[in-house]
Design a protein around this ligand. Structure first.
Ligand SMILES: NC(=O)c1ccc[n+]([C@@H]2O[C@H](COP(=O)([O-])OP(=O)(O)OC[C@H]3O[C@@H](n4cnc5c(N)ncnc54)[C@H](OP(=O)(O)O)[C@@H]3O)[C@@H](O)[C@H]2O)c1
Length: 392
């Protein structure tokens, strides 16, 4: 972990807790100026950062001189600890391993082949085409292009795609009405409401309206609740049907296809969003890992991540996870997708971390490649369950 990562993950949360977000932001901005305008090694710049904070009148006013001096020493010690770990890693030199790269694209190709075979069988058996309906309100450019990608991949696999667009002036009731119509339409097997929705629309109400059996990306509270209640993943007889969000399910698929032993292992998931981090934690727990969930208030993030045999990052901060935060030999699953300069990178510093990890997903070409094919599989599975139910 470099100085910037220590600042973001350890110092800033402590400042927010002690002084509130506004003062913390102002302290960090001021200290960052001292950091960037100091010449010399990173350690000297980090020292300038710490001094700016610990000598600030607002900090001294609340903490007093003694506590400020203690904090200064504590944060210096954090840096020394991380620097020591980095030098330990680099001294291992020749001994450092180069991780097996988990090729999400190749695995996604295999899953796609399986889905296409399943779609053909489904059509033959039931005389219907598995169909997804995508609902979009407004014209967020990323949603428009994601919608086009879904259309291309579904149609390319022999499935059907239907798009319902509403203006950005649409109300919650307007979107709920479209979803209710799709719930009742026997030709629609999966429904996905794209986010972000316009600001005034109540996304939770919309998600709660989606019929759980058609909820293509597992966002309804019923599906999320079933996952949280640890109903086994799979279609065992008598188990209530439920659908898991495609991105974390894709991450699990990568682990399973790579033959990673999950049971009994220590897993750490960084990020607790409803669509990635949280369901990933539940999935790992269902496969009997011992799971820790980390988030923006986690202190000493590196100490937790270094315990992980399986480390999953779903944060949205480029290169937050540096090589010294990875346990040697760990399996690293990176869900992050962030713009850094002119390239896309993950939440993990891939180039450095691959020298420490045992297995690691690249970005791009890792988890992102899986999401779409797992979404198709979710809809195919949902269609099959609906047809079986209809046939009694
Ligand atoms: N591979 C795919 O197909 C796919 C799909 C969806 C998303 N993504 C990518 O995955 C990443 C995460 O997406 P998301 O939708 O889950 O994001 P999100 O809703 O913004 O959640 C981010 C999570 O990271 C935590 N966090 C933020 N800063 C942190 C820090 N410094 N240290 C530790 N935790 C921190 C947040 O903590 P709090 O809860 O405390 O705020 C939150 O739980 C993004 O890069 C996104 O582009 C990829």
């Amino acid at each position: 972990m470099n100085a910037e990562a220590i600042i973001a993950t350890e110092i800033k949360p402590q400042l927010v807790e002690a002084f509130g977000r506004q003062t913390a932001n102002s302290l960090v901005t001021q200290a960052t100026l001292a950091y960037v305008s100091t010449d010399g090694a990173e350690e000297e710049r980090y020292e300038a950062f710490l001094r700016s904070i610990c000598s600030d009148a607002r900090v001294l006013g609340v903490w007093g001189e003694e506590l400020s001096a203690e904090k200064l020493d504590e944060w210096r010690a954090d840096y020394a600890k991380h620097a020591a770990r980095l030098s330990e890693i680099s001294q291992r030199g020749e001994e450092t391993m180069t991780a097996q790269i988990l090729d999400g694209r190749a695995m996604a190709k295999d899953v796609r082949g399986e889905v296409i075979a399943g779609v053909n069988e489904f059509k033959e058996k039931y005389g219907f085409t598995p169909t997804i309906a995508v609902v979009r309100a407004g014209s967020d450019p990323a949603s428009v292009s994601y919608g086009k990608m879904i259309q291309k991949s579904f149609e390319g696999a022999g499935m059907s795609f239907v798009l319902h667009t509403l203006p950005d002036t649409a109300t919650t009731d307007d979107v709920v009405d479209v979803v209710a119509m799709l719930n009742a339409d026997g030709d629609i097997h999966g429904i996905m409401v794209q986010e972000p929705l316009p600001r005034d629309i109540d996304g939770d109400e919309v998600k709660a309206t989606i019929l759980p059996s058609k909820d293509a990306d597992g966002v309804s509270p019923i599906n999320a609740g079933r996952l949280a209640q640890a109903a086994p993943v799979g279609r065992d007889p008598g188990v209530p049907d439920y659908i898991v969000p495609a991105t974390p399910l894709g991450g699990l698929e990568i682990l399973l296809r790579a033959g990673v032993e999950i049971s009994g292992k220590r897993a750490v998931v960084v990020g607790r969003s409803n669509i990635v981090g949280r369901p990933m934690s539940f999935l790992l727990m269902q496969y009997h890992a011992t799971v820790s969930m980390c988030h923006s208030r986690t202190q000493n993030l590196g100490e937790v991540t270094r315990e992980a045999d399986i480390l999953c990052a779903a944060v949205g901060v480029a290169h937050l996870i540096t090589a010294d935060m990875v346990k040697p030999g760990a399996v690293v699953i990176d869900f992050g997708f962030n713009r850094l300069g002119d390239r896309w990178v993950g939440d993990v510093d891939f180039e450095a971390a691959k020298e420490v990890a045992g297995m690691i997903t690249p970005v791009p070409g890792g988890t992102g490649s899986m999401t779409n094919v797992i979404l198709m599989r979710n809809v195919l599975d949902a269609a099959e369950r609906q047809m079986k139910k209809r046939q009694g």
